[in-house]
Write a protein that binds this ligand. Structure first.
Ligand SMILES: Nc1ncnc2c1ncn2[C@@H]1O[C@H](COP(=O)(O)OP(=O)(O)OP(=O)(O)O)[C@@H](O)[C@H]1O
Length: 509
């Protein structure tokens, strides 16, 4: 979040709210400083700006005008002391996502931020998919801001500027095909064909004809190969390690001679395609094993790029999950779905994702289908939980789970509800990093005592979270909420008002 206001007190208030909501925020005191920060590509990208309209020098409207010129500007929530309808209309016309009158109620601001984040994730995803369809994917369409990806992206951009052959290696589902699209989309061949062949998916007997075509015979017409179709564009050979030996030899010959395979009656044509090959097996090992031709390996390995696995780019995990969630929520008609609950984020972060981004995409899809509330919770990711239970978790998390399960069993056996409590505990590995702060995990674990910087959250923020949870947990039955919290109903209603918690109380009468 970027907080922009010339009033230091407002900035402090907003920063406090952001901390209690669990968002990372930065504050600047003027419009120009805000634009400088948003344009600063060396720092983490800004998702949402909370912008004051009335500021000296560069004011909020000028900031909005500048942001409109950017290809992918952050969502802007405008905040101003002027509540006039004209101001609101001008700000929305200038591209603001929402408009709040100062001082905005925390709950109203939180809803606005949640919606803004959802929208920006969806917009990004829509743009990425459109680019994919139009074959104009660029590196900007890749969700990749992890340090481990920076060098890789730079290599990809360099490769895009020439016609050099590229070998992309990396575990399954790391985004190799997507990366190849980006190289093509940023090259000067972007308007030319992009032809993709999955060497692992085509039967060995057919791949030669598919790739190189065949002249007409007495019974069959001539067939152009994929290699001919890629002329002047890009040829992507996926799973190149699966190419049968005879086809490897032919491909090596085409690359050596630099001419397209002749179909009957054609003139010799110089081969003019950029070759990109991908593999999830180390090609050099395949050469050592004697199953991949060394000469072809050297022809392919001119510009090798290694895509790191998702577990080595944890910074990208939650943005990827948010983008997938936005897409699937839209596709599946779940407009109420707002995002990932912090416990679900912790669960995803603790997992090691052996099948990488594709696995994350599938897990989020499944969770969107399973989810019945507004936020994806740990129990919407049953397979990930099972995998974690199976021992694929970091030692830190494992230690906490054992501790949590033991605590749950002790507590449950003392109340005679062993099965239910254990089940709950398995369903809610709520604070996987809790052992780091030496706090024994609560059974339901929805209350985070520490903020993202590892500092204690303010008491009123904790109280607010507890009240919110209680209202949700008891389905808005206020007498039950008050009874469980050991407070009077009037105290409860005062707290609801103080914290701006809107409820449709079912027993308010
Ligand atoms: N940086 C990214 N941003 C958004 N989506 C991505 C990104 N990288 C990969 N994906 C998505 O993840 C899925 C897997 O990507 P992709 O098919 O490119 O992986 P791969 O490494 O080629 O897989 P395989 O090894 O099985 O061929 C795809 O649906 C793709 O859209």
């Amino acid at each position: 979040m970027l907080l922009v206001d010339d009033d230091p007190i407002t900035l402090r208030l907003l920063a406090g709210m952001m901390q209690s909501f669990g968002y990372l925020s930065e504050s600047v005191s003027g419009g120009q400083a805000a634009l400088d920060r948003i344009n600063d590509t060396s720092s983490a990208p800004i998702d949402v700006v909370i912008l004051d309209l009335v500021m000296p020098d560069v004011d909020g409207m000028m900031v909005l005008d500048e942001l409109k010129k950017m290809p992918a500007p952050p969502a802007v929530i405008v905040q101003t002391a002027q509540g006039g309808i004209d101001t609101a209309i001008s700000a929305m016309r200038a591209g603001a996502f929402d408009f709040l009158v100062k001082p905005a109620a925390p709950e109203r601001l939180r809803v606005s931020i949640t919606n803004a984040l959802k929208l920006s994730a969806l917009q990004g995803e829509v743009q990425r998919l459109r680019h994919r369809r139009e074959e104009t994917v660029s590196f900007d369409d890749m969700i990749a801001s992890a340090p481990a990806m920076m060098r890789t992206m730079e290599l990809g951009q360099r490769a895009a500027r020439s016609a050099i052959s590229v070998l992309i290696e990396g575990e399954a589902g790391t985004g190799k095909e997507w990366f190849a699209h980006a190289i093509h989309g940023e090259s000067n061949r972007r308007a030319r064909p992009f032809v993709s062949v999955d060497c692992g998916a085509v039967p060995a007997d057919d791949i030669e004809v598919l790739l190189f075509g065949r002249p007409a015979t007495a019974t069959m017409p001539a067939l152009r190969g994929r290699i001919h179709e890629a002329q002047s564009g890009t040829l992507l050979l996926r799973q190149i390690a699966d190419l049968p030996a005879s086809v490897q030899a032919r491909l090596a010959a085409v690359l050596e001679e630099g001419t397209l395979p002749l179909l009957a009656g054609e003139r010799v044509t110089r081969a003019d395609f950029r070759l990109i090959a991908t593999t999830d097996r180390r090609l050099v090992d395949r050469v050592a094993e004697g199953v991949f031709r060394e000469d072809l390996f050297y022809r392919l390995n001119v510009f090798p790029i290694w895509l790191p696995p998702l577990r080595d780019r944890v910074e990208d995990l939650l943005p990827l999950a948010a983008a997938f969630l936005a897409r699937f929520a839209a596709e599946e008609g779940r407009p109420r779905l707002k995002g990932l609950a912090p416990e679900a984020e912790a669960l995803l972060t603790a997992f090691h994702w052996p099948d990488n981004i594709r696995q994350l995409e599938n897990a989020v899809y499944r969770a969107v289908i399973l989810c019945e509330g507004e936020f994806l919770r740990p129990w919407d990711f049953p397979q990930i939980q099972t995998a974690l239970d199976a021992g694929a978790i970091p030692e830190l998390v494992k230690a906490w789970q054992n501790e949590g399960a033991a605590a749950a069993r002790t507590r449950a056996s003392s109340t005679g509800h062993v099965a239910r409590a254990h089940h709950r505990d398995r369903e809610t590995p709520d604070r996987p990093f809790a052992s780091a702060d030496k706090i024994s995990p609560p059974l339901y674990g929805l209350l985070h005592l520490l903020d993202r910087d590892g500092e204690m959250r303010a008491l009123d923020a904790l109280e607010e979270a507890a009240v919110r949870f209680a209202v949700e947990h008891y389905g808005g039955r206020m007498s039950e909420v008050a009874r469980r919290l050991h407070i009077g109903r009037s105290t409860l209603y005062r707290k609801l008002k103080d914290y701006g918690i809107e409820t449709a109380a079912v027993d308010a009468a």
